[in-house]
Write a protein that binds this ligand. Structure first.
Ligand SMILES: NC(=O)c1ccc[n+]([C@@H]2O[C@H](COP(=O)([O-])OP(=O)(O)OC[C@H]3O[C@@H](n4cnc5c(N)ncnc54)[C@H](OP(=O)(O)O)[C@@H]3O)[C@@H](O)[C@H]2O)c1
Length: 305
């Protein structure tokens, strides 16, 4: 980990899995971690773990990404207490296979779309003035290697909250595609002022308590999956290395090109090597349309760029 100056780093879903391991690694390397968690009790328990080897005590910020009001409150608190933010890691996501029927949030959005796409979009906008105030701001979004099996996946612009096509798996990957696309859009919109990355996370072991809380029919496949999956420490290390590395995505891109070559370096695998996203994630019209519908759904958020 190459940056020595203590950075201020916010990470969502810092109370479990990869987010917790990344928070621990970054705090023990001397950085100020803001642990964004939706559940205060789980957040406080995580803080004890994170702070066990931290040089600067981490701060717990309660934020439910499915609730725009909660995001606004969290961003307001961070803005009051911190003058800038060096890195935002949008790690939190739901992928509960038990949600066999679509659930609608109070704001009227399907829960996976609200939590895994609109929530991080809203949080990033709200924190953009603080990122703008950092010397070398960086945004890290999180997608999934499972998208490799869906090279033709598209955003269903006319059916965003429509239950007709819903399954938890479809809704999950749909929102993960959006994470790559928002990363591409922000890289283009900020023209180098913000370093942007999106990690293609492979299969990773879930924490034992999360598996234990599953119904029996899900526990068995998850136990098999566990044997084939990377450890949370391994991916926590990926997040931490990406948060701290000196180079930006542009080291891999061809600025004179368009499409994939121009955006190369934003979407990376667990060793931080650039990888190719589904084709739709490079479609310029689709990037603009996703931005517009996300802004519309979020109430035309003000952005710092
Ligand atoms: N594990 C894998 O195989 C895998 C594969 C590909 C991609 N990924 C991605 O990697 C990231 C981390 O996953 P993980 O494996 O570490 O899973 P995890 O242990 O289940 O962590 C998910 C985190 O997201 C939080 N979260 C869920 N809904 C939230 C909400 N509404 N508001 C705020 N926080 C919320 C959870 O909080 P609670 O504890 O309160 O539920 C938890 O802290 C996710 O983006 C996931 O999609 C994982």
């Amino acid at each position: 980990m190459t940056r020595s100056r203590p950075l201020t780093i916010a990470i969502t879903g810092a109370n479990s899995g990869i987010g917790l391991r990344a928070a621990e690694q970054l705090a023990s390397a001397g950085h100020r971690v803001l642990a964004l968690c939706r559940n205060p009790a789980r957040g406080r328990a995580a803080l004890e773990t994170i702070n066990a080897h931290a040089r600067h005590p981490a701060t717990l910020v309660v934020a439910d990404l499915s609730d725009p009001g909660s995001i606004d409150a969290a961003a307001g608190r961070i803005s009051q207490e911190f003058g800038h933010l060096d890195v935002l890691i949008n790690n939190a996501a739901i992928f509960e296979q038990t949600l066999r029927r679509p659930t609608c949030t109070a704001a009227g959005h399907e829960l996976f779309w609200a939590t895994n796409h609109l929530g991080p979009f809203h949080l990033t906008a709200r924190l953009s003035p603080l990122l703008c105030a950092a010397a070398r701001p960086r945004l890290i979004n999180v997608a999934s290697k499972g998208l490799l099996t869906m090279p033709r996946i598209r955003i269903r612009f006319d059916q965003l909250d429509d239950p007709a096509w819903y399954s938890p798996t479809r809704a999950y990957y749909h929102a993960k595609l959006a994470q790559i696309m928002v990363s591409h859009s922000l890289a283009l919109r900020t023209a180098g002022a913000l370093d942007v990355a999106c990690i293609r996370v492979p299969a990773v072991q879930l924490d034992a308590d999360r598996v234990a809380a599953m119904p029996g029919w899900l526990r068995a496949p998850y136990r098999v999956k566990r044997r084939l999956s990377a450890s949370t420490d391994r991916l926590g290390d990926t997040y931490a290395r990406l948060a701290l590395r000196p180079e930006t995505w542009q080291a891999h891109a061809d600025p004179s090109a368009r499409g994939r070559a121009a955006l190369r370096g934003i979407y990376v695998e667990e060793n931080l090597r650039p990888v190719t996203a589904p084709a739709f994630a490079y479609d310029a019209d689709a990037l603009d349309r996703l931005w517009a519908v996300s802004q519309d759904a979020s109430g035309d958020l003000p952005w710092a760029w």
